[in-house]
Each structure stands twice: as C-alpha cells, then as structure tokens.
Design a protein around this ligand. Structure first.
Ligand code: BG6
Length: 480
C-alpha cells in the first residue's frame, strides 16, 4: 500500500486525542500503517510539533493503560507533525500544501474531527488549493445534519471537491466487531438464514442502554434528543443489518444498497399511529442521581425538551418482515450499559408438551459479544413432558486472546484500504432522516407525552411490555 498523509482537522481536540491517536498508534504498532506514512494534526492553537507530541504521549498513557508501550509510542509520535491553521486565511493553506507530499508519493486521508460548521470552509479550501486529488479520502462523522434538509446541505458542502467514492461517513457502531458479525451470522449459517423471516420470527428487540447522562454535552443532547443522537444512526444501522436481504456480495455498494432498501421499507410513523409506535421519556431522579432537568440547571442553551429515552415499535413493510415488530430502545442513565438484540421465535404450531415452546436468539453486542440460543429439551429422568430451556452460547472473542480493536481503529484501517463497506452512503443518511423527520413531525402534531423514568432503572413503564424477557418454561407452565 502507498504511504499515507493522514491529516486530522481538529487534531488537538478530544476525539482526536481520545480515539484517533490511540487507533493510529495500534495500527502503526501492528504494522498496518504503510511504511513512510505521516500524521499531521491541524488545529487553531499555536503549538510546536514537539509540545504536541508530548501531549499525545500523555494521552496515550491515559487511554491505553496497560496496552501502552513506551518504545512503540515514541516511534509513533515521531511521525506526527502539528500545524496551526486558521481556516479563513489563504496563506495557511499554502503551508499545508507545501507540507503535504505530491499525490504520487503519498495518498491523503483527511479526517474532520471538527464541528460541522467547519466542514464547508475546509472542503472549499481543500478544493481551491487543489488538495483533493481523486486518490484523497475524506472522513466525516455525525452530526451529518439534524434533519433531511440540513443533511442535504452538509452533503452539498462535502461534495465540493469530493466524490461519493472519496467520502467515508463514520457511524462508529458499524466498526464494532459484534455488529459486523451480524452479517456473518445471518448470511453464512443456513440454519439461521432459513428461519430469518416472518414465518418463524415473532418479534425482534434492539436495545442500546447507557448509564451515562449529559457528560458535558447538555446543549447538544437536549437539542438532538436520543432519537436523533442514537436512533437515526446507531440503532437504525443495527436494524438494517438484521433486516436486510442478502447483499449481492460484500462489496460496499452491494451492502449499502441492501441497507437502503430496509430504510425505505419502514412504515411511516404519523400523528395517527404514533401513540402505538413511540414512547419518549426523560429521566427523573433515582438511584442517588439527579433528574435530567436538575442536571440541566445552569446550561443556558438547553430548554429541557430533549428526550433521554426513546422506544419505537418499527414495522418493516416487505414480505420477509410482514407483521413482525422490531422494538428499538435506547436511553441515558439506564440501569446498565449494554447493547443487545433479542430475536423471539414463534411458538411451535401445536403444543404437544403443554407449553408454548418459543426459541430465542440473544445477540449481545456490548460489552460482551455473545450469541445464545435458547432451546427446549426434555428434563432428564422426567416423564417426558417436562421441558427445560437450555441456553447454548458462543462467545465471539472466546479463545482468541487478542485485543479487540476499537471501532475507530477498525474503521480507520478500512479507510486506509479504501473499503467503504462499513461507512454510510449519502442516500442511506437521507432515507433515515426522512423517516425520523416524519416521527418528529408526528410527535409535535400529536403532542406525544413525555414520560418519566427513574435514573438507574430500565426506562418508563409505558414501553415495558415491548421488552419483557421471554419467560422460562416453568413460568409459562404456571401461567398456562
Ligand atoms: C455517540 C452518541 O454517537 O454514541 C453518544 O453521540 C453515545 O451520546 C455514544 O453515548 C455511544 O457509543 P458507545 O460506543 O459507547 O455505545
């Protein structure tokens, strides 16, 4: 692979120091960064490269813990330069141009670790200064707009000088091992593929639960709410991986074509059906933690109207998923941090054993990465009518003994390889915003209630029934 010039706009910011530098450190340490590559951190503040390198070392020690190796870190930072750049000033761009090698020598990757307000000016300057040869790549991440209209506007800015094949839109959930494994699970197991449809599946639950609250992002989170911060991107990507048809191949556009088709098949949520399909809520005080509104006190730019929890009953209107609800939920300040998918199968057609035996597949996405199948078996030495539910689990990380790369590391590796399979295409973003915009319009029109849940709980009562665990056989028996 050709050597790379990796330019991090916002290079001294939090995302760069917390996620990108550690990812690049590992890629270099593990020999995945092509020989002769360089990293240039670009930010506004004046600083020498030497001071910046010391800062990177300090942060690597902090974030890598026991994975930190002094010699590897020294070697890594030796390839980092810092450049102070005032985006508005033409002369500064000339300096950057002089610093970057001609494209025959190195390919350039630009990473926009900056607020979206700077996407436009940066793209414009890269274009004006001819710093966007066809081999260059541009990495951006959310917020990529806050509705369909603004997402189109962001895209118009990015496409000043960059073609779709050069743009890598990050949804870091797509870099998670367990989420990439959903495609392997579905499309390489005939046993699963054969029953992955409405004939056999009763419902699917997708949960991304967080324990964190506002984390210093009050104004943004209150404005966006979890519907825009989490559902429009991360939960919808999980939904797409679960619901998509078999892609023609693993080529980026084949995967993305299949995902877009799912988003376009989602049943619109309107003011007439929203009450049955959406629950939104904010956390109140609980488990020794203050309420959302208490936490917001003193944040001037927050009106206190954002939802910190959303649950949705989503219908995918195609033959495969006819009448199968996908229940999505995500929330802040919940009881535990975990992400998982539960696929509930329909009961056996007849009930020979007196209990409705429904299998279940549980896919733990984080922090563990496990796939479990609940199967029914005869209870040993019983008269043959007593069943027990057995959970068989496979751990994705079992036995590897390897470090699991962070999502950013995986995705940066893909950018280097020029593989867009796990990056979001423009039309996917637009289709998902269109569907989310419809929900936001409906909840304004229908004045959807804002429920409350205690911090440290699993969300409001109003959506509880959608997420009940499948009871075990003994309980089913008692109930029948
Ligand atoms: C981000 C959201 O995209 O994802 C945050 O903006 C959220 O609000 C985070 O906390 C969750 O990511 P992860 O990888 O910790 O599940």
């Amino acid at each position: 692979m050709k050597a790379l010039d990796i330019v991090l706009f916002g290079g001294s910011g939090d995302l760069s120091l917390r996620k990108l530098m550690p990812s690049l450190y590992f890629l270099q340490r593990d020999g995945k960064l092509p020989e002769g590559s360089r990293v240039t951190a670009v930010s506004r503040g004046e600083m020498t490269s030497e001071v910046f390198r010391a800062l990177v070392i300090e942060k690597l020690k902090l974030y890598l813990g026991s994975e930190y190796q002094a010699s590897a870190a020294e070697e890594f930072v030796a390839g980092i330069d810092y450049m102070a750049l005032d985006i508005a000033s033409g002369s500064a761009w000339g300096e950057l141009k002089a610093h970057l090698a001609p494209s025959e020598v190195r390919d350039i990757i630009y990473y926009m670790a900056v607020p979206p307000g700077l996407f436009g000016p940066i793209c414009k300057q890269l274009h004006l200064n001819s710093l966007n040869p066809p081999s260059s790549r541009l990495v951006v991440e959310k917020p990529l707009g806050e509705d369909e209209e603004s997402a189109e506007a962001v895209n118009a800015l990015l496409s000043t000088g960059f073609a779709e094949e050069q743009i890598y839109r990050i949804d870091h959930y797509l870099g998670k091992e367990a989420i990439q494994n959903l495609l392997a699970l579905r499309f390489s197991n005939r046993l699963i593929g054969a029953v992955w449809n409405q004939e056999h599946i009763e419902s699917v639950q997708i949960t991304v639960a967080e324990t964190v609250g506002l984390e210093g992002r009050a104004a943004y989170l209150d404005h966006a709410g979890v519907l825009r911060d989490m559902v429009q991107n991360h939960l919808m990507q999980i939904l797409c991986c679960l619901a998509m048809e078999t892609p023609l191949s693993l080529a980026a556009d084949d995967i993305r074509d299949a995902k877009v088709r799912v988003v376009k098949s989602l049943r619109p949520i309107t003011s007439t059906n929203i009450e049955e399909h959406v629950v939104r809520a904010q956390y109140g005080a609980g488990a020794g933690m203050p309420s959302y509104l208490q936490e917001l006190q003193g944040s001037r730019d927050a009106a206190g109207t954002g939802e910190t929890y959303a649950a949705l009953k989503v219908m995918v209107d195609n033959d495969r998923w006819h009448n199968v609800p996908f229940y999505l939920r995500t929330g802040k300040r919940l009881k535990e941090r975990f992400a998982e998918v539960i696929v509930k199968f329909r009961p056996t057609p007849r009930n020979l054993f007196g209990v409705p035996a429904s299998n279940q597949i549980t896919i733990e996405l984080q922090p563990d990465m496990k796939i479990s199948l609940d199967m029914f078996m005869k209870q040993l030495l019983s008269d043959g009518r007593d069943l027990i539910s057995h959970r068989q689990s496979a751990d994705l990380a079992a036995g590897s003994g390897s470090r699991i790369p962070d999502a950013y590391e995986k995705l940066l590796g893909d950018v280097m390889q020029g593989n867009q399979a796990y990056f979001v295409r423009h039309d996917e973003i637009i289709a998902s915003w269109r569907w989310i915009d419809g929900i936001r319009k409906a909840w304004r029109e229908a004045e959807l209630p804002m429920h409350s849940y205690a911090a440290g709980s699993m969300g409001p009562q109003a959506s509880k029934a959608w997420f009940d665990e499948v009871p075990f056989v003994e309980e089913l028996k008692k109930a029948s």
